[in-house]
Design a protein around this ligand. Structure first.
Ligand code: DAH
Length: 331
């Protein structure tokens, strides 16, 4: 028994304490055994032994209780030390972030075309004259090449003015069939109400061997895409010109502000221009040595889409990083 008292004295946790209680005071414990052994004693001895055993039992129980209180107190103290509250932490509600409207719009566009089995190509932001202009059938005198519009580096490189050069890079690298989009940043020397020097475009290109691709294919996918982005709108194709497509079209949707009645945003026409597109020009195909293929291409400005979807009146507010605006786009 002496050992049990020493162990009790040295016990440092409540679990061990309970084990000790069971091995000493429990039904099959040390003391119960001693009491049972009494039947082997002379009846005259039993009384004294029983008295002694009861004394030990009481003493052990008392010491055990004291130890329990001591250990319980210590456990509470340890708990408080370990779970100490850091009052320097900000105690506000957890703010959820959200995507910037341009990123969110870009993601929706990419998502649509990925589901339509288009690959996503990247290209490069620093381009050369050949990929940004020449191969896209933009002749030497074309106004887009003007210093007024393009950021040039000293070594004849430039910041790409559109995502169309990714068409060229992809065709140079791969054989038809091609089905790609190129989302990305583009740069122009422009800054006013409706222009910023950096903005985002998504380019699209589909090329098949033979004469498989028609304007009807282009029309179908763009109509479906615009309904995906803007919901129930009218879509119209208007003949236009781009050096890299022939025939070319600009695509309008019925004004999302006045639903076609005419308002300031649509210059009282009832229509908003959202896309440029067309069948890939022969000269572009020649520049990448493609023969006997057909294809279509399109390009759009992501900021414009974001503004029309979210009814944001001023393009520049997309680049100011004003949290009061951005918080409205939290998810
Ligand atoms: N690259 C044109 C721009 O920046 C957009 C564009 C128009 C791209 C028609 C195309 C296209 O691929 O077919 O304004």
């Amino acid at each position: 028994m002496k050992n049990y008292f020493i162990e009790l004295e040295n016990c440092i946790n409540l679990k061990r304490l309970e084990e000790l209680r069971i091995s000493v005071l429990g039904k099959k414990g040390e003391l119960a055994k001693e009491f049972a052994n009494m039947k082997n004693l002379e009846p005259s001895q039993r009384k004294d032994v029983a008295k002694e055993l009861n004394k030990i039992k009481q003493e052990f129980a008392k010491k055990l209780e004291e130890k329990r209180l001591e250990l319980e107190e210590k456990a509470v103290e340890d708990g408080m030390l370990n779970e100490k509250i850091d009052i320097s932490l900000i105690n506000g509600k957890l703010e959820l972030g959200g995507y910037h409207p341009v990123v969110e719009t870009m993601n929706r566009i990419i998502d649509y075309f990925q589901k339509m089995n288009f690959s996503v190509e990247e290209g490069r932001m620093v381009e050369d004259d050949f990929h940004n202009f020449e191969a896209l059938n933009l002749p030497k005198h074309h106004p887009a090449r003007d210093m007024q519009d393009t950021f040039y580096f000293a070594d004849h490189h430039l910041l790409r003015t559109h995502t169309s050069p990714v068409q060229i890079r992809t065709m140079e690298r791969e054989k038809p069939p091609i089905r790609m989009i190129a989302p990305g940043t583009v740069f122009r020397r422009d800054f006013d109400l409706t222009h910023t020097p950096m903005f985002h475009q998504v380019e699209g290109l589909v090329i098949e061997n033979g004469k498989k691709v028609s304007f009807a294919n282009l029309k179908f996918i763009l109509q479906d895409f615009l309904h995906h982005m803007f919901g129930e709108v009218e879509v119209r194709f208007r003949p236009s010109f781009f050096p890299f497509t022939e025939p070319s079209a600009e695509v309008d949707i019925s004004c999302v502000f006045c639903e076609g009645d005419g308002c300031r945003v649509c210059s009282h026409t009832g229509w908003l221009e959202v896309l440029g597109c067309g069948m890939v020009d022969e000269n572009v195909l020649k520049a990448v040595q493609y023969e006997d293929v057909s294809g279509y291409a399109f390009g759009l400005g992501v900021e414009r889409f974001a503004m029309l979807i979210h009814r944001i009146p001023d393009l520049r507010s997309l680049f100011e990083g004003d949290l009061r605006l951005l918080e409205q786009f939290q998810r």
